[in-house]
Design a binder for this molecule. Sequence first.
Ligand code: GH3
Ligand code: MG
Ligand code: MG
Ligand code: MG
Length: 316
Amino acid sequence: CIVKHEPQSIERLIAAVDRALTDGRTTVLLVDPNKGSRYDLAGLLRRQRFSVIEASAAGEALRLLDAGETIDLIVTDTELDDMSGPALIAEIRSRQGEEATPVIGLSDDGDARLAARFLEAGGVDFIRKPFLEAEFSARVGQAAAMQKRLQALRRLAASDYLTNIYNRRHFFLTGPRLVEQCLRRGDSTSIAVLDIDHFKRLNDTYGHEIGDIVLKHVARRLKALVGEEHLLARLGGEEFGILFNGLDARRAYDFCERLRVELERSKIVADDEELTITISIGLATIEVAEAFDNYLHAADQFLYMAKHAGRNRVMS
Ligand code: GH3
Ligand code: MG
Ligand code: MG
Ligand code: MG
């Protein structure tokens, strides 16, 4: 395969970061047991055009995080009734791991060692009360901008540059965790490997650029059909992977069969050509915990069988 995308991919990279930086508002979770001070701080944050969610204690803050609220940054008083600032950070980190939401601490306590303790625990900044509004806004603004940049880079690291769906790296990083979750709740699950039939012939006939358009089309259709519930990625070349979030063998098979038929029917317009493609799918069901590679290997073997049986079919 000839790689022709280098200059374009750098532009895409910059554009994606820019988009992420301007896209959507930043949501701040404000934790303060004191109603009056919470009201003032929320006012300051809203003036900075942040969306603000309020909590009066650490427990409430953790519940909001557990509930999956979108929270980009946490601003917390470090003397909460139910937990210290450093303890709250430790709790957040144990739940969210490396990608934990950044936390800024606030305190009116005179103890000079507090800032060091808070920052050592993993806080990104510490602001002593009373503070100048301009300084508060500048510090919070900077932390929020940094977090947005980090989120944009994480998104980029997880996405395939041609098709914009998840890449192989993301599939292998998050797949094992999803399998573990499924098995822990007592569900079996399935993994599918999809491969476009005779794609080399399509490239040879219409050219690599048209091949790319077809790949993007297939990825877009798959994304629309698979949705957010299951994990879809481009594994490489003209090959895609789906890890089903707890679909058993029967339901996964029906799902794959539907994908196959949808793609077979789908008309792809590229330049003046109207093209159609077919895909072959290998599907393996996961019932017991094993190395993630083994699941993929099993699905690959079924894919191989599907190809040999004449392509444009699902084998499991
Ligand atoms: P089969 O039905 O057995 O899967 O045959 P195939 O031709 O699809 O499979 P093969 O593995 O022989 O060829 C895959 C082709 O995919 C070869 C390669 O040039 C092409 N390819 C891989 N990545 C890209 C890409 O990013 N863009 C384009 N246009 N083609 C690509
Ligand atoms: Mg206080
Ligand atoms: Mg192929
Ligand atoms: Mg292939």
